[in-house]
Design a protein around this ligand. Structure first.
Ligand SMILES: C[S@@+](CC[C@H](N)C(=O)[O-])C[C@H]1O[C@@H](n2cnc3c(N)ncnc32)[C@H](O)[C@@H]1O
Length: 483
């Protein structure tokens, strides 16, 4: 992050704009929304600037720029139509150590202007470090559509209540909970609709509930966080993350997802290695119960979906046994995300009539899967946690009648920038994992391929195929995609 975003207090401070044309007018329009005192210097001013200059905070100085104009200014905008003048302003400002922005001159500037969504007092600033202003505009349009035009009322209303809530509730946890209920519930809706009496009623109701301790019991939300890409989080998962007081985080949860949580939420790392000791699970159960009994809203963050090889049942049972409410928020499981990311259908009309998910992990090394069923034509399946046991799957499936040519697709780090996609055949499965150095996490799809669906594989596909043995030593080839 080269440009660090901050909000500067301009209340009653002097800001200088050098320029009298369209560029200066754009800056003036923006700054006129602030409570700064604005000085403009230029030999002449456009009509638009003269119109805005009626405001008492705006002063026009009709002459050429002089270095003494910088005196007392906390920010400077060089917005003249003459680039030489702008460079002179930048040099003087630099010499005096005053932050300055040169219109269309990021190299001469010490700060750049973000795209702004203004819902005063809520202001959203969007920056791309100048790399892609079009992207900033797109993001701005999305945020503008999402934030109602009168959204500022909610923030103003909250500001007006701060003291009252503080005085009514001494416990910070209770206060946080009331704020959550007000800002996400009926109070906010009433404020946005201008229904003052209803908002007041709701406030009283929430304060009374908090005082009586009715909301003291904590809760646990088991949140499926998807395969890694934060864009695959559900809206409900985002909401629960924002509300949580405590985050209990799994190994496979992308740290970028934690950005959706409150910064002051307590974070507990519950990383478990695959096939790790079950004591780790008991410890996690204990943490969930302990934190919820303190009255905290606990978010248990799990990779993919909590109900798919996520040991959610054990955590739910432990939490319920302690009388704590538990909610499960579904997530996108790795197989679904990986398949979607590479355009590989999981079922195919008249060809793949069944799709299963199976695990390649086993605490005691014994797999009691129905190999005959998995080996049948028309059966597709995804192996989770199968990197280490891939060769075992190959042997068992082939022994149960599956063809060695059965299609296999391996997706490692699905949905992340480091994603790899490898195609091979069942007969080469173990060697492919080894030779292509698949370390996981990975999903291994068996019995599914693009050709059967009349689709082409993604361009980034790698293929693994051992070359026919030449002499004693076998070697492998990595082939380009065959589209
Ligand atoms: C303990 S299981 C958890 C599965 C998770 N609950 C889900 O629904 O995706 C861990 C396995 O999920 C798969 N997995 C998780 N994230 C993945 C990703 N981004 N890409 C590929 N496979 C992934 C791997 O097979 C990994 O070994």
């Amino acid at each position: 992050m080269r440009y660090f975003p901050i909000f500067v207090d301009l209340d009653g401070h002097d800001v200088l704009i050098v320029g009298g044309g369209e560029k200066a007018l754009q800056k003036l329009r923006l700054l006129a929304k602030s409570t700064a005192r604005i000085r403009l210097v230029a030999p002449q001013f456009d009509a638009g600037i003269r119109e805005l200059a009626h405001a008492p905070a705006v002063t026009l100085i009709e002459r050429s720029f002089a270095p003494s104009d910088l005196h007392g200014a906390v920010l400077i905008f060089a917005a003249a139509d003459d680039v030489a003048v702008n460079s002179q302003v930048a040099l003087e400002a630099k010499a005096q150590g005053i932050p300055h922005n040169v219109v269309d001159g990021p190299a001469e500037s010490t700060f750049i202007m973000p795209a702004i969504v203004d819902r005063d007092p809520v202001v959203v600033a969007i920056g791309t470090e100048g790399s892609a202003p079009v992207l900033a505009r797109e993001i701005k349009a999305k945020i503008e559509a999402w934030l109602p035009a009168n959204f500022g009322r909610v923030a103003e209303g909250a500001m007006a209540l701060r003291r009252r809530v503080h005085e009514a509730l001494s416990d910070p946890v209770a206060r946080r909970r009331v704020w959550g209920a007000l800002l996400h519930g009926a109070w906010r809706a009433s404020v946005l609709h201008g229904e003052t009496a209803a908002a007041e009623c709701e406030l009283e109701r929430q304060l009374a509930a908090a005082r009586s301790g009715a909301e003291r019991t904590g809760s646990v939300a088991l949140i499926g966080c998807g395969p890694g890409d934060p864009d695959l989080l559900t809206l409900k998962a985002q909401q629960r993350l924002q509300e949580a007081d405590v985050l209990v985080v799994d190994r496979l949860v992308n740290p970028a997802i934690l950005e959706y949580a409150r910064r002051d939420a307590q974070r507990i790392d519950a990383g478990k290695e695959p096939e790790g000791p079950s004591a780790a699970q008991d410890e996690i159960n204990r943490i969930l119960v302990r934190e919820a009994l303190k009255g905290q809203r606990v978010a248990r963050l799990k990779g993919g979906d909590a109900f798919v090889f996520g040991r959610a049942a054990e955590e739910m049972a432990a939490v319920r046994a302690a009388g704590i409410p538990v909610e499960v928020i579904p997530g996108i499981t790795a197989a679904h995300a990986c398949a979607a990311g590479i355009g590989l259908p999981l079922t195919l009309r008249q060809k793949v009539r069944q799709f299963a998910v199976v695990t390649g992990a086993s605490a005691d090394g014994a797999f009691d899967l129905d190999w005959a069923a998995l080996a049948k034509p028309g059966q597709g399946f995804a192996i989770y946690m199968g990197v280490r046991s891939a060769a075992h799957f190959r042997d068992k499936l082939i022994a149960a009648g599956a063809g060695p040519q059965t299609a296999v697709v391996i997706v490692e780090n699905g949905s992340l920038a480091s994603e790899r996609v490898i195609a091979t055949e069942l007969g080469h499965l173990g060697r492919a994992i080894e030779s292509m150095e698949v370390k996981g996490p990975a999903i291994i799809f068996v019995g599914l391929d693009w050709a059967a669906a009349g689709l082409s594989p993604p361009e980034r596909l790698e293929r693994y195929e051992p070359a026919p043995a030449s002499g004693a030593k076998e070697f492998e080839r990595r082939l380009a995609p065959q589209s």
